[in-house]
Each structure stands twice: as structure tokens, then as C-alpha cells.
Design a protein around this ligand. Sequence first.
Ligand SMILES: O=C(O)CCC(=O)C(=O)O
Length: 276
Amino acid sequence: MPHRDPLRPITDAEVESYDRDGAVLLKGLFDLEWIEQLRDAVEADKAEPGPMVRYNTPPGGTGEFFVDFQLWQRWEPARRFALDGPGAAIAARMMDAETVAYYHDHLLVKEPGTAEKTPWHHDQPYYPIEGWMVGSIWLPLDPVPRDICVEFIAGSHRWDRWFAPQFFKSGNPELQTQDPRFETAPDFEAQRDQHELLSWDLDPGDCIFFHGLVVHGAPGNPAPQGRRRAYATRWLGEDTRFATRTGQTSPPLEGHGLKPGDAMECEMFPRVWPRH
Ligand SMILES: O=C(O)CCC(=O)C(=O)O
């Protein structure tokens, strides 16, 4: 069994960077045995994907941008990682949360030669969730040089703006979710020089912790060698509440039984912190 706890304490400076910027690199927190086990889960999932799988590379394109969700419900290593891995302790510390629930996982594989980028977006408008304590751990399962790393707009989680969610596939159609706060996202790519952009070189064992409202996007993986397997997991603190949305949410997680205003905790979104 790999280490259940982060391999080192998270510093106050790292938490401050997260609060200020909405995203922070955390070096060397995960026992590499987790990475090996999650790679096994990823290969199993690619061979036998789940019901929410998305192939974001159009037919005939090079490489493959493969997306799937909820591996933790189908593959044992991903389940152990969710319920018993270091993620819950990391999320509690970063979000200053007393309790943490596991929301979902999101696998994003960009095989060598993938041209498709991940469009600029932020995550919380995709979710039927209100509250501030919404955080993600972006965990690469391969070395990720900075030129193919996710990029974050520093401080954008504090803009108090919500951009209408879009699918990652070509043309980026909107999800047709409605909320009075939603506005069409500006062309962040064209505005690159107007923002402070954060991205890093990552090795297996490192992760990025980021806020549900920080705007981010990612390049493709156009080089002919080197996979870019990223396993993103979503964590919720005690201030989050279920909120109904008109239209689609993503991932479309149904059957949890929550009503508007309920705390985000149930069998589908299990409490993982404090540990039992
Ligand atoms: O891995 C990527 O390409 C993007 C990741 C992302 O958008 C996310 O985890 O929310």
C-alpha cells in the first residue's frame, strides 16, 4: 500500500499562493506507487472506457485526446486513491476545510501527436454546486514539460465572473447550461499578454492544486513522442451546497438524491476527510 499521507507538509507559502493565484504547484507529494497504480487504472479504462467517455480528437486527426470520468467507481486503484490516498489531506489543507467530500475524477489523456488544446474555461460553472471550497488536484502520470502543461490565469478565481461552460471537443459548443451569472467567455487566447499566466514543469509525484473558479486551458501534445496522461480529481469542502441548474452539467452525475441546498455529501460524493 503506497503512503496514505502527503510525503511532506504543505507550507504556509504554498497555501498563500493558492489563495492569491488560484493555482499552485506542489512538488513531491505523492508516493510513486500511486502513480504506477493509477497508470494501470488508466490503461484498463482506455481499453474498457466508462459510459461518459469522450473522444475529443476528430476522426482522422493525429494522436488522441481521450477524456473519461468516474474511474474510481470502476477501477480499484482509482477507488483506493479517492478514499484512502493523500488527496483528501491535501485538499483539506489547501482549502482550509474541516471536512472534505470527494466529488469526481476526470481523466485527460493526450497521446503523442495530439493537436487539440483544452479550451480556456473554469470548472465550477460546469457543476451544480455553490460554495467557495471547490478544488482540484491535477496529477500528471508522465513528466509534463511546461510547454504542454495546463496554464492558469493568476487571480482569476477572484474576478467574481462565471463563464458559460463549453465542451472540449472541436468547435467548443456550449453546454446550454443556464444561470443568470453566466457570460460568454472572452477570447483569452487573444488576451494572453494581458494576464499573468502560470504553468510549470512537473514530474510524477508533483501536482497542481487549483480553485474551481480559476480560468485555465492547456496546449495539445503535438510532439510525436511522450504521452501526457493527467488524472484530475475534484474535492469539496464543507461550505459547498447542491444547486439545480437548467440544462446540462458536466460530468452528468445523476442518481445522487441531493436536493437544492443540501450539503455535497452522499454515497456518490463520499466524505473522505477527516479520515475514518
Ligand atoms: O489536462 C488538461 O488538458 C486540462 C485540465 C482541466 O481543464 C481540468 O482539470 O479542469
